[in-house]
Design a protein around this ligand. Structure first.
Ligand code: HEM
Length: 403
């Protein structure tokens, strides 16, 4: 019974500061847990894999944000109506099929030189002092990468980026306050208006770019509706920046904390780069959790679920499950890079941008290995509490620049 399950203390700062010992105790001794709101939480690798594979566990729709206080007419609510993450079944397959063609590993490779150059520039710009705060400065890298990937001009990118600055991500996290709701609604309202104008301008003057291709994309005679297009484009933009900059920051953080691992990467960059990126992704997942709901009464992980019941997978649980990873709290870039972690989720909603994110992170790792020496932290970093996308408050580093 859920009422007998221990609680994952998502409402306590101590949990967010270092969730892993708490998750380990719950996972090893109880297998599952509940959130403070009473939602069942999956913590083991096998259970997490099963939930994403079983067809009776689908993604949550509008009820997910209704539970966080959003109402019809709110910009975020209207956005979610057409969001790919909130769709299931045939609607979802159709939309995903259309986008999947654009987000292939081959198309992701195009951003590699862009990312490498931006990270090098960032390191060179601060070469005089050899010091900067990664958390503060790294966002520009995934931002310019996604702009280059989406083939929108730097001016258009800067405009949409500025309009989304308020941030909407935390509206999907736990403990959503009125301030978070207001900020998310304002962000999504201006972003959607801007993307709507962008769509209109491409309809009037088609270009050889991704947005024009999406406007023209058809599957079985079906085209994306205007609403779907606007939401999809906003989705890709929003989903790409905060998550990737979170993991890029973690990469600097963990390399500075584990100089032996960075040295290993330097000794054989081509041999270890994939392992290094997969290890950062496993060790510090961008999202803290991934939600589902049931379509019918069912059983999983020794728990009974009612029809329509919500369930959450806390990603730090499966990513550090000792039944899958030997000595899971060790940061080790020599692990098998083909054994992907749960960071991009699994199943029908598996991250559409994973190839792009991996390409960006690999180039970032190679740039750090090539252009820094003696990388170290110059202060403490604190993980922010009650967020959807994991972030530290700051990540101050010092290094010697290598041209
Ligand atoms: C390190 C960076 C990233 C992480 C950690 C990440 C993580 C995730 C996760 C966990 C999901 C599944 C959400 C769920 O349903 O529970 C997801 C979905 C998605 N991601 Fe990413 N993501 C990253 C980068 C990107 C990038 C760069 C893009 C765009 C190019 C992107 C676009 C999407 C989209 C469109 C979906 C929705 C897929 C669907 O519902 O079918 N992501 N991502």
């Amino acid at each position: 019974m859920a009422s007998n399950l221990p609680v994952v203390p998502l409402d306590e700062d101590v949990y967010w500061a270092d969730p892993y010992p708490i998750l380990a105790e719950l996972r090893e001794n109880h297998r599952t847990a509940v959130t403070p709101e009473g939602i069942k939480a999956i913590l083991r690798w096998d259970d997490a894999e099963e939930i994403k594979k079983r067809p009776e566990f689908i993604n949550e729709g509008l009820e997910y944000i209704e539970a966080r206080g959003f109402k019809p007419g709110d910009p975020l609510y209207e956005w979610r109506r057409y969001s790919i993450g909130a769709l299931n079944g045939e609607d979802h397959r159709r939309l995903r099929g259309l986008v999947n063609r654009a987000l292939t590993p081959k198309s992701a490779d195009k951003v590699r030189p862009v990312v490498r150059q931006h990270v090098r520039d960032l390191l060179e710009r601060h070469a005089d002092t050899g010091e900067f705060d990664v958390r503060e400065h790294i966002r520009i890298v995934p931002f310019l990468s996604i702009a280059s990937f989406l083939e929108i001009s730097p001016a258009e990118a800067a405009e949409v980026g500025q309009k989304m600055q308020g941030g909407g991500g935390d509206a999907f996290g736990p403990n959503v306050t009125q301030e978070i709701r207001d900020r998310a609604n304002a962000t999504f309202a201006v972003a959607m208006e801007f993307v709507g104008q962008l769509v209109e301008s491409r309809r009037a003057e088609p270009r050889d770019d991704l947005l024009t291709r999406l406007i023209e994309a058809e599957e079985n005679g079906d085209r994306l509706s205007n609403e779907e297009l606007v939401v999809l484009f906003t989705n890709i933009f929003a989903g790409a920046i905060e998550t990737t900059s979170s993991v890029m920051t973690s990469m600097f953080l963990e390399f500075a904390r584990h100089p032996d691992q960075l040295e290993l990467l330097r000794s054989n960059p081509d041999g270890f780069v994939r392992g290094a990126v997969e290890e950062v992704l496993r060790f510090r997942p961008g999202f803290y959790a991934s939600g589902n709901k049931t379509t019918k009464a069912t059983e999983l992980a020794g728990l009974q679920f009612e029809a329509g019941e919500a369930v959450t997978t806390i990603i730090g649980g499966p990513n550090r499950d000792p039944l899958r990873y030997e000595d899971p709290n060790r940061f080790d870039i020599t692990r098998d890079p083909t054994m992907w972690s749960f960071t991009f989720s699994m199943g029908p909603h598996f991250c559409l941008g994973q190839a792009l994110a991996r390409a960006e992170l690999q180039e970032t790792a190679l740039a750090i290995a090539a252009h820094t020496r003696n990388l170290e932290l110059t202060g403490e970093s604190k993980w922010l509490p009650r967020v959807m996308v994991n972030h530290v408050d700051r990540c101050p580093i010092r290094y010697e620049f290598v041209p």
